[in-house]
Design a protein around this ligand. Sequence first.
Ligand code: GLC
Length: 773
Amino acid sequence: MKRASLLFLLLLCIPALADQYELLGSYRSHNLKGNILTVTTDNRTLELSVFEGGVVKVLVGESEPLPIEVSSLPPQTLSLDEGPQLKLSFPEGYVEVEKEPVRISVYRSDGTLVTADDPAFGHGWDGKEVRCWKRLQEDQRFFGLGEKSGDVNKRGRFFTNWNSDIPAYRNDTDPLYCNIPFFSSVSESKAFGIFFPNSYRSTYNFGAGNDRLFSFGAEDGPLVYYLFPGPTMKDVIEDYSDLTGRMPMPPKWSLGYQQCRWSYYPEYEIRDLAKEFRQRKIPADVLYFDIHYMDAYKVFTWHPERFPNPVQLLSDLQEDGFKTITIIDPGVKVEPDYPVYQEGLENDHFLRYQDGELYRGQVWPGWCHFPDFRRAATRAWWGAKNAMLQDRGVDGFWNDMNEPAVWGKEFPYVVEGIKALHNVYALYMAQATYDGLKEAAPDQRPFIVTRAGWAGIQRYAAVWTGDNSASYDDLALSIRTNIGLGLSGVPFVGCDIGGFIGRPDPELYLRWMQAGSLSPFMRSHTIHDSPDQEPWAFGEETERRCREAIERRYRLMPYLYTELHRAHDTGLPLYRPMWLDFPGEEAAYDNAYQHQFMVGSHLLAAPVIRQGQRFQKVYLPKGDWYEPGTGEIHGGGKAVLVEAGLDTLPLFYRAGAVIPTRPVQQYVDESPLTELRLTVVPGDTGVYEMIVDDGLTTDSPVEKWTFRQNGRDSVRIDLGSGPRAAALQTLKFKVVGAENLKFNGTTLRKEGEWFVASARSGELKFTPGLQGR
Ligand code: GLC
């Protein structure tokens, strides 16, 4: 009886014990070797590796190969003070390791705290689950994790990273399609970031339901993370993208306007569509083939009746300046006579259950097998299939359903290795596609746009935000998710303009077109049973206003392309929150202004995102701002109210900017750049370096043209001596506030609103325009 009650008591204790995390415990010994300090504790080892830039890699327990290849960062030199605590110092800062129990705190060299373990928890595990708890600062804001709903600042929320197909998602839906295990934080205007390269289902608590901790962890896999100490958010994102890779330069046409619907078919529909754009003089670069182009939705086929001669069609469209993009889903139809299926079977390309049986799931074609993109041979096979389409004239590739999705459900967990593969499936698929296209045409820049992704997706693809809905809430949400993706290392982002599900009214469509006209990826798209959603489908007035929005984008192309280049060079998003450029300004973080965004560091947009709104309250960071639409100059450091009628996208150039534009074209490569227009907003922010190349090939020589403001009365223009500068014939200038302009000593004549000069390097002099306020 006694023994039985003891057993009963013990049994009662078991569930409680199972809920407890095991923690690192006390210090036992340590060992410093090169840039790695290993601390042995009661329960596991803690390994700290330090790299240049003060990047600290933390590993608890055994290491495992990372799901993605990362760059090897240069190791940092370390010194160690051994006392009651260990103090590991390096030029950018130091890490303090407490011994009883083992906890770490990371500091910058000026003594400011980067982040510290929670004193009671730190690092822990529960069975296979791993987790890290850190102390929450009172004013701490959180950003990132890829495509996430809600506010730009994620403080107070709990997130799961598990790529998911969630059509008609809402403002609190989580997770969505493209989850990235990298987040960052700002506190007292200083930033740090954490990259947790664990591809299992992971979760993040940014002070949700508590005021003590933020934490991250995963259901399995290694407890390993990189800590980027900042101190600025720009440093954090640059360091993260140093590690996970930068966006290769995409072709310039991918910045052009793109038109999609599910689906344009048969052939005459797409030919008519092309004609409409050109006849109506609405600039456009890309037309899409959604799933109906395929024969019974079989990937890498063309429907024989709908598209009997795709090669001819694609070449005719190209003649007319259009690029084409086809959708590619990973599911391969199970059909004995289908060559792709046969090849996949013969070469063992498909995913299997743990017992060896091939996995089948349902998507558009019906029952499908799914390539195992972990295998190099499978990636090569898939890449070559894409390259075959490219060879026949397809210009870009749209990777969809790659969460992977099987009618909104998931692969069973007994599919071999799926728990670790799920989140990186889309990344591997994009890699397969990218590598295949490069292999077949090494000097061409591939263009891929994907729905799902993971850390490093920027190396292969642009990301669009999946199946949104035609509502003002979704318009606003799209701005926030795109900003969030940019802060997560993905600069080339966009959404379905107009909303994928449902029917926008003319005003919503227009407002979305205006906001979208400055997003890096600009595509209008809609579902299969919806009414027409092209820019002319909402009446003449809306068509005119949409044309104006798209034309402005094409005018700004030299600026947008330069900023895309800069994103490729630095990893920083071109589409970004104001506080990235103005980190010390509290109001720049305010949710009231989170739908304003910068494009590069010289242009600020504050699109209207509410129905019926005809005025916009805009926060302008410190400094002066020029509103090109009205010619007004506003003093910053405060909110202003500007007119925002239906014709208007509130837009501002920062004082000190020299914004390069060009005359409108119907597509980006319609004609070479012979006329460059420079709008000078006098101010002190220095030099604008415009970047020019052929926009198409990987080894195209890059020319850098510099516009250097000297004081507030002149700009030095240096075009260098490259062939693109030689092809430039005309320079046109507008200097805000100045009416007397001289270029290289000659007084310039005015044509319309521009002062005209022949193109060459030189000194632009003007009567001081903008005075400081
Ligand atoms: C998915 C995509 C959508 C596409 C549709 C048909 O829902 O997200 O963009 O149009 O599939 O391919």
